[in-house]
Design a protein around this ligand. Structure first.
Ligand code: ADP
Ligand code: MG
Length: 559
């Protein structure tokens, strides 16, 4: 058993195809994690880099505490299960399962014990004497799994293992893989393009698009709090309805008005509490799941275009302004609505989703970073944080910190705040607390507070950073640890060369192990390939610089 950690992993194929970009994720020991996304989004490539079947262009992969970038697949102790499973046709099920153990010269008793144990977990004890030809598709898939279980790998990687099976068998195997995970509690990484499979299988889901992670969370949190329009519409069936329009302030209330028409709906106050007043009217997308559409005696009048009775639910299709395609409502099966009926439509306003029309990101989820004006911060604290400034010539504009660093009680930065709203995220809740100056900060806790309660919140100095006007971080801990030397990186066809004034190194080849981009400058940390010595340099920021690339030293020529 082992955890798996990916740090800024990037894959660029020879043809220049950027398959995976800056993928960072920690998979806990024993966790069942699913990568989901449309075909071509980089799921298999990421899985193959974990397995060692694909070179990593840049970034680091760790299995347990071990750095495995340079390790052969066979030395990673990982099992990979593909959609096509090649069993040896002339061997019995038993021999197929025992094969790898025999190759490793395991003792006869040990082989017997492990094969029987795996067969019992998979319920294939009765099949051990058969050959693959005498098995059904589902049984063969189980034998293929059994063959990997006997090896007791520290993690299982699955690449769409069920896509060759028919629909009924797929549902059954899905349950069996879940059960297998419960039984053996090893780390599972499972790739699928099927959102139902993802929702039913993972402890956590990684949603990917165009080689980029879109969001990582539990299935329920992704469903209830999607980070952008892509995640919102990818998960859930039928899809979330998305309407285009703008959010305006009317009196004291916020209202969404759809484009090309007069459909409007009120928005709960707390939903947009972190959006600055100056941004209104705000171009936005409104999202509502079919189950949260109400058809009743109030709302917008429209005509039913189509009714689909699916048994346990009835889908009703109609038009609303702000959306060219049909809007779909999901009603209980008892609905007697017919095509051409005139109905009144409204939305459950507690369940609305709002996204920015500019970049399609959620406007209602808590912003992960809090930004304060420098004049809102005590000057001695500002100076303390300023000691970690990398390039003193860049003028900071804001103090920033991650919302996850806010704690109850006093900190180096403290503020009184009144709780105004709450959203549930599984075992935890996200609270929105208003500061004296009107700004709203989010904080997440498993504890429970009442709306209207006042409390003191704090952040430790080490978690505070300074940022430029554009929001780029300018401070880093690495600065106070050790003063870095100034240098330049030159990219030549033969490799990347580092030049600096004085040559104080002993080695020529270094691996870049950490890269901290701080505005126009970046700090790089290099590790000697031979002796493992550590060096730090301050270099101009450049998009070609990657973690794990090789850097060669050269002495700067005096002009
Ligand atoms: P997924 O598994 O999510 O469908 P892949 O990881 O297989 O996606 O592919 C991601 C992207 O990389 C796609 O654009 C694909 O065409 C490209 N790709 C995959 N393998 C190779 C390869 N060997 N050479 C060049 N491009 C590749
Ligand atoms: Mg694939």
């Amino acid at each position: 058993m082992a955890s798996i950690r990916l740090e800024n992993v990037t894959k660029v194929y020879k043809a220049g195809v950027r398959a995976v970009s800056d993928f960072s994720l920690t998979i806990e020991d024993g966790e069942f994690i699913v990568f989901v996304g449309p075909s071509g989004c980089g799921k298999s490539t990421t899985l193959r880099m974990i397995a060692g079947l694909e070179d990593i262009t840049s970034g680091n992969v760790f299995i347990g505490d071990k750095y495995v970038n340079d390790l052969e697949p066979k030395d990673r102790n990982i099992a990979m299960v593909f959609q096509s499973y090649a069993l040896y046709p002339h061997m019995t099920v038993y021999d197929n399962m025992a094969y790898s153990l025999r190759c490793h010269h395991a003792k006869k008793e040990e082989i017997e014990e492990k094969v029987q144990k795996a067969a019992a977990i998979l319920g294939i004890q009765d099949l051990l004497k058969r050959t693959p030809r005498e098995l059904s598709g589902g049984q063969r898939q189980r034998v293929a799994l059994g063959r990997t279980i006997v090896r007791e790998p520290s993690a299982f990687l699955f690449d769409e293992p069920l896509s060759n099976l028919d629909a009924k068998l797929r549902v059954q195997m899905r349950a069996e893989i879940n059960k297998l995970h419960q039984d053996i509690r090893t780390t599972f990484v499972y790739v699928t393009h099927d959102q139902t499979e993802a929702m039913t299988m993972g402890d956590r889901i990684v949603v990917m698009k165009d080689g980029l992670i879109q969001q990582v969370d539990t299935p329920m949190n992704l469903y209830e709090h999607p980070a952008n329009v892509f995640v919102a519409t990818f998960l859930g069936s039928p899809q979330m309805n998305i309407l285009k329009g703008e959010i305006a302030i009317e009196g004291k209330k916020k209202v969404f008005k759809s484009e090309n028409g007069d459909f409007s709906t009120q928005i709960p106050d707390i939903d947009l509490c972190q959006i600055e007043e100056s941004r209104y009217p705000l171009q936005a997308y409104l999202g509502v799941r079919p189950a949260d559409v109400r058809i009743g005696d109030k709302g917008y009048e429209t005509k039913v275009e189509l009714v689909e009775r699916l048994g346990e639910q009835t889908l009703v299709y109609f038009h609303l302004p702000g959306r060219k395609e049909f809007v779909i409502a999901s009603l209980p099966s008892g609905s007697r609505l017919l095509e051409n009926d005139i109905v009144k439509v409204s939305f459950d306003i507690e369940k609305l989703h709002l996204f920015s029309a500019e970049d399609e990101t959620s406007l209602t989820n808590a912003v992960p970073y809090v930004k304060l004006g420098l004049d809102e911060v005590d000057s001695s604290l500002r100076e303390k944080v300023g000691k970690r400034l990398v390039d003193p010539s860049e003028a900071p504009h804001h103090l920033v910190f991650s919302a996850s660093e806010i704690r109850e009680g006093k900190g180096d930065l403290s503020f009184e705040a009144k709780i105004e709203g709450k959203k549930d995220y599984g075992e935890e809740s996200n609270y929105f607390a208003r500061l004296k100056d009107g700004k709203v900060v989010p904080f997440r806790t498993p504890k429970s507070y009442k709306i209207g309660e006042t409390l003191t919140l704090g952040v430790e100095e080490g978690k505070l950073n300074l940022a430029s006007e554009g929001g780029e971080r300018l401070t880093d801990d690495i600065v106070s640890e050790l003063e870095p030397h100034e240098a330049t990186l030159e990219f030549r066809p033969r490799g990347c060369f580092l030049s600096e004034g004085s040559l104080h190194n002993h080695e020529k080849a270094y691996q870049l192990v950490r890269l901290v981009k701080l505005g126009k400058k970046s700090i790089i940390e290099l590790k000697g390939k031979e002796k493992g010595e550590s060096l730090r340099y301050l270099v101009p920021s450049n998009d070609l610089t990657y973690v794990s690339m090789m850097v060669y030293m050269r002495k700067k020529l005096k002009a």
